[in-house]
Write a protein that binds this ligand. Structure first.
Ligand code: TYM
Length: 332
């Protein structure tokens, strides 16, 4: 057996990905792929926890897989697959749901945010975290690269792994979150206190990974800035400019202190102009690759071989978990 650490993560195919998804998660997927045994899925079962038009879901699912490759994931290194192509996810998801307490789910801030003000909330949205736990535990992942908003789901996953192991015997690895120090929560360009999100109704609040360069420049030039004119990283007092500094630092590989020093005394205007170019330079090559992949049709082969690898790993863990829980084996 490989001594490499195992990694599992995923992104929902519920809309076009944003710069937040890229900085908070995808960049780390790419960074980990050579040193770890990696599984990256497109979370389509999670996407349907809110209604998706079928044609849009198909398009978005293929788009997320293609963006993984365009961002630098090598399908020979990492298994890239659709969550729904590995039936073990739904099956272990149910087993994990039975282990989860209502109170644990009621405390989930993402559920509270997504259900707030709505009177018809699907039950899938509520039981989404144990499915996410199953995604991770099936691969006995040691590390889970995610942005800050997934931390609470990871804590529940750790609790469920521990609970299962305690009740039924050592079965699952208890995973650790892998969260970037800077850029773990990229904020909206229109409100530095809210997360940048693909589900926001205002397109000016986020940068989509497929936004044209002119659009990116326009969105950044209109991005809200704090009072004053100094480019200073101070999340408490200057949330908007601190967010822009994080984006700059993450796109160039510099520290926020280096970027801050570079713009000392220059004001917001000059900084935002350069930031737009930095973001365009980060995203443009990714977009070029993305369009090549979509036109070549290679994504089908990538997803097929990814699902084969994922199914082999997931089936073995599922069988062990079912046996531990007391299910009669198939063919009994
Ligand atoms: P999702 O699809 O909302 O987001 C995918 C990844 O992007 C990160 N992210 C951000 N990071 C920084 N700033 C932002 N503004 C930002 N917005 C999103 C998220 O933290 C996440 O890492 N439940 C997950 C998908 C999932 C999953 C899993 C993840 C399903 N099963 C198993 C890890 C392991 C979700 O909804 O992420």
């Amino acid at each position: 057996m490989s001594t490499k650490k195992r990694v599992l993560s995923g992104i929902q195919s519920s809309g076009m990905l944003t710069l937040g998804n890229y900085i908070g998660a995808m960049k780390n997927f790419v960074a980990l792929q050579h040193e770890c045994d990696c599984y990256f899925m497109v979370a389509d079962l999670h996407a349907i926890t809110v209604h998706q038009d079928p044609a849009a879901l198909r398009e978005q699912s293929e788009a997320v897989a293609a963006l993984y490759v365009a961002a630098g994931l090598d399908p020979k290194q990492a298994a890239i697959f659709m969550q729904s192509h590995v039936p073990a996810h739904a099956e272990l998801g149910w087993m994990m749901t039975t282990l989860t307490y209502m109170g644990e789910l009621e405390r989930m801030t993402q559920f509270k945010d997504k259900s707030e003000g709505k009177d018809a909330v699907g039950a899938g949205l509520f039981v989404y975290p144990p499915l996410m736990a199953a995604d991770i535990l099936l691969y006995n992942a040691h590390l889970v690269p995610v942005g800050d908003d997934q931390k609470q789901h990871l804590e529940l996953t750790r609790d469920l792994a521990g609970r299962f192991n305690q009740r039924y015997g050592e079965t699952f690895v208890v995973p650790e979150p892998f969260i970037p120090k800077v850029g773990a929560r990229i904020m909206s360009l229109e409100d530095g206190t809210k997360k940048m999100s693909k589900s926001s109704p205002s397109a000016g609040s986020y940068i989509s990974l497929l936004d044209a360069p002119e659009i990116i420049r326009k969105k950044i030039s209109r991005a809200k800035t704090d009072l004053g004119r100094e480019v200073i990283y101070d999340v408490q007092n200057k949330p908007e400019i601190s967010n822009l500094l994080s984006i700059y630092a993450q796109c160039t590989g510099q520290t926020v202190e280096q970027v801050q020093a570079q713009y000392d005394g220059q004001g917001y205007g000059a900084f935002k102009k350069d930031l737009a170019e930095v973001v365009v330079q980060t995203i443009e090559p990714l977009q070029r690759k993305y369009h090549e992949i979509r036109t070549s049709g290679e994504i089908r082969d990538i997803l097929r071989s990814g699902a084969e690898r994922a199914n082999a790993a997931a089936e073995a863990t599922l069988s062990a978990a079912k046996e531990a829980m007391g299910f009669l084996p198939r063919g009994y």
